[in-house]
Design a protein around this ligand. Sequence first.
Ligand SMILES: *Cc1c(COP(=O)(O)O)cnc(C)c1O
Length: 386
Amino acid sequence: MNNRIIYFDNNATTGTAPEVLEAMLPFLKDQYGNPSSMYAFAGVSQKAVNKARTQTAALLGARAEEITFTSCGTESDATAIMAALRAQPDKKHVVTSRVEHPAVLTLGQHLEKEGWSVTWLGVDDKGRLSLDELAGALSKDTALVSVMFANNETGNIYPVAEIGALCRDRGIPFHVDAVQAVGKIPIDLSSLPVDYLALSGHKLHAPKGVGALYVRRGAPFRPFLRGGHQERGRRAGTEAVPNIVALGAACELAAARIGEENTRVRALRDTLQQRLTTDIPDCIVNGDPDNRLPNTLNISFKYVEGEAILLHLDRYGICAGSGSACTSGSLEPSHVLRAMGVPFTYAHGSLRLSLSRYNTREEVDYATEKLSQIIDRLREISPFKE
Ligand SMILES: *Cc1c(COP(=O)(O)O)cnc(C)c1O
C-alpha cells in the first residue's frame, strides 16, 4: 500500500474523474474551433459550450443563461463581488464573515483600504454565524452580503436560505461562495434567495483552470473583462472550451453521484471520526457536527504540531491538510480556527481530512492506524506536553 497515494485532501483539489477527462479530450485534440467562428467546425465547440452551460445550470437548479464560465473559483468570487459593487457606486458597505476563504477574505480587506466599510461577522466556538448579528449589520448603505455556503476547513454549512431571506427583505444583493458545497450537497437556486453563486471545477473532479458564476436574472452586474461578446458580455475572452466541457461533465456526474456523497462518503467520514476520537486521547473535532459537509473532518490533537503530522502522514503516502496558515510560511493557526477560538494547545495540532467518492474503507482503516501511531510518537517527544 506504501507506493500508492491515499488522497484525503479533496477540499484542496480533486482528481479529474475519468468520465470528465473522456469528455474533454476531443476538445484538446481535433475539435479546436473557436466557438465564435461561423463555420460548422466551430459550431461543434459552440454546441459543446452550450451543453456544458445546461449541465452546470441543471446541477444548481438555475437557467443556462444565468451561468458565466470563468477561470477559477477565485475569479468567480471576485467577479461577483466587484460586479455588484461597481453597479451600485453610491453604496459603500459590505457584510461578510471572518471565516471566508482567502478569495473573499483578502478581497474584503482590500476593499476596506479602498474606502468601503466592511462588517466582519464573527462565529461561535462551533464556527456558526449569528443571524441576529447579520440582520443588525444590514443598512441602507449595504451594497452586498457575501457569505460562503460551506467552509473549506471545517466543512460547516451556513444558513444560506435564511441569510438570503434577510437580504431579499431589504433589497440587498447576496453573493455565496459555494466552491466547497457544489456537488457535495444539493443546491436549488430556483428556490434559494441567492443572487450570485461561485463554483470551481477542480473542487468537483474537473481539472484546474475553470470555474463558473451564477448571476440571477436581473441582479446588478457591471462587467470587468470587456472585449468580445463571449458569455453575454459578462466575461470577454475566448472560451476555454476543453475546460468548460470538463466542468459540464463534472456537474452532470456530480448530480448523478450526490446520493453516494451523502451516504457512502459520509459513512466513511463518520467512521474515520469515530475511530480517531475513540483511539486517540485528547483530541477534538472542529466545526458544527450537525451541519457539516459529508466529506470533511477537521480534528485537533493536543500537544502536537499539524505540520509534523502532515510530514509523517506523507511518509505513508497519505495526503491531508493542516489547520494552519502554512501557505504563508507561518505556524499561526488558520484564521478560521482563530475566529472559532479553538484553544491554543489544540489549534496548532489540527488536521483536515477531506474525502471523495474515490476513497475506500481500506484507506480509512489504514489512515486511522497510521495516524494513531504518529500521534503517539509525536506526543512522546512533544515539548508542549506538561
Ligand atoms: C478553493 C476555494 C476557492 C478558490 O477556488 P480556486 O478555483 O482555487 O480559485 C474559493 N472558495 C472556497 C471555499 C474554496 O474552497
